[in-house]
Design a protein around this ligand. Structure first.
Ligand code: HEC
Length: 394
């Protein structure tokens, strides 16, 4: 009897240890990029031998459909696009971080110098200027007013090395900066049909300090074949670089790892019902809910691919924490209003996603749903995380 009890007890102890170790195992498996510390110099050369020693992981990029570009032809190509996959490797030494991104592209495109009908292939990475305990995640499409990000961009433009670093607070609000010590290069392998880019930047810059145990990073790829440019691109959600030399903040880990895998937090089918009951489909298009006027609010068709669960939770409870800037809201006119002296109708405010408060701060037009129970919110987030299909996009 005693012996049986002791065995059961040790079995139980072993089980709880496994449960604790596995609490974040799905997060580490799917969302974390393990960086390798090296003692050598790191450059932007994709053929550097250092990359042979660094393990890689695949990151998936979804067509950006939340914000519509004002280009019918390019938009009509989006449903034809497939899921983009990039192999990512991260290395660092005491001074710099280097990020290697490799993806398949059978039709390398270069933007001609003077021809506006040809489009470039391109790649970018972004990091939040501030992150860590108590700081919510930025909008994935290049940040927002409350969460500026630094973006590193390389495109293939004939006759010049089109390489840019900028600080961004969302679409259409970029400030180009000169960053000492940053470099990018992008090379095509014709035999393997692969683009490889390497980004190098100092761990600490004037705008951000990446000396931390977990660093958010996101990826974007432009495919010239699909006429992609600006906001029209494929986008990853926030991934997290693990830099083992720096201490891991348990609180931050708990925050970013919440909701993985999404089926563990709630019931997606019930979440779908709740979204209908709460009128989300009056403003947003997603899944088979396609009655909202296009452009009235972000299209949520593949939001589960590009947004992280904690971000979605905050979007529902406190929409004004992250306010998304939409592109070209002014292309919608109010034809019921009086035209001006040039016979032009005023803009239709229905398509602007925010109002500007007396303090100059943007406020979302989406009402906060903080009155919903935790269970309801979790079910909605579980449903939103399941949305990964852009084939309905018009
Ligand atoms: C009155 C229109 C309206 C309603 C109703 C509404 N939203 Fe929104 N929603 C918006 C607008 C506008 C934005 C973009 C501005 C912002 O960032 O908040 C937005 C943003 C979002 C985002 C962020 C999207 C992204 O691309 O990052 C999510 C997620 C979201 N809403 C979910 C919901 C859910 C879930 C409901 C119902 C519980 C809902 N919305 C109801 C208008 C609405």
């Amino acid at each position: 009897m005693k012996k049986w009890f002791a065995t059961a007890l040790s079995g139980f102890a072993a089980l709880t240890t496994v449960a604790m170790a596995s609490e974040y195992s799905a997060f580490y498996k799917y969302e974390v990029l393990n960086a390798k510390k090296v003692s050598s110099k790191l450059t932007a050369d994709p053929s550097s031998s250092v990359w042979k020693t660094v393990p890689g992981k695949y990151v998936y990029l979804y067509p950006q459909v939340s914000v519509r570009l004002n280009d019918k032809k390019a938009n009509s190509l989006i449903p034809k696009k497939s899921l983009q996959r990039a192999l990512v490797k991260v290395a660092y030494n005491n001074e710099v971080l280097a990020v290697y991104v490799q993806w398949k592209d059978n039709t390398p495109s270069t933007q001609a110098k003077y021809n506006t009908d040809s489009y470039a292939d391109g790649v970018s990475i972004e990091v939040p200027n501030k992150f860590g305990r108590g700081i919510t995640l930025p909008y994935i499409g290049m940040g927002d007013e409350n969460h500026p990000v630094t973006v590193y961009l390389q495109k293939t433009v004939a006759g010049r090395d089109y390489q840019k670093v900028f600080v961004s607070e969302g679409f259409g609000s970029l400030t180009e900066i000169k960053e000492e010590g940053s470099d990018i290069s992008m090379k095509y392998n014709k035999q393997k049909h692969l683009w490889t880019a390497v980004f190098v930047r100092p761990l600490k810059t004037e705008n951000s300090n990446l000396k931390a145990g977990l660093v958010p990073i996101a990826f974007a790829i432009w495919d010239g074949k699909y006429m992609e440019r600006d906001g029209n691109k494929s986008l990853s959600r926030w991934k997290f670089i693990r830099l083992p030399s720096y201490s891991l903040d348990k609180e931050y880990l708990k925050y970013v790892a919440w909701g993985i895998p999404y089926k563990s937090i709630g019931n997606p089918a019930r979440g779908k019902q709740l979204m209908k009951q709460n009128g989300c489909n009056g403003c947003h298009r997603y899944d088979d809910q396609q009655t909202a006027p296009p452009g009235m609010a972000p299209n949520l068709s593949d939001i589960g691919g590009i947004a992280n669960a904690p971000y979605l939770r905050e979007s529902i409870i406190n929409p004004s924490d992250v306010v998304i800037r939409n592109l070209n809201p002014n292309r919608h006119y109010n034809k019921f209003a009086k035209p001006d002296k040039f016979n032009a109708y005023p803009n239709n405010d229905m398509y602007t996603w925010y109002t500007v408060g007396p303090d100059g701060k943007k406020m979302s037009k989406m009402p906060p749903y903080s009155h919903l129970s935790e269970k309801d919110i979790n079910d909605i987030v579980a449903y939103l995380k399941s949305l990964r299909n852009w084939k309905n996009f018009k």
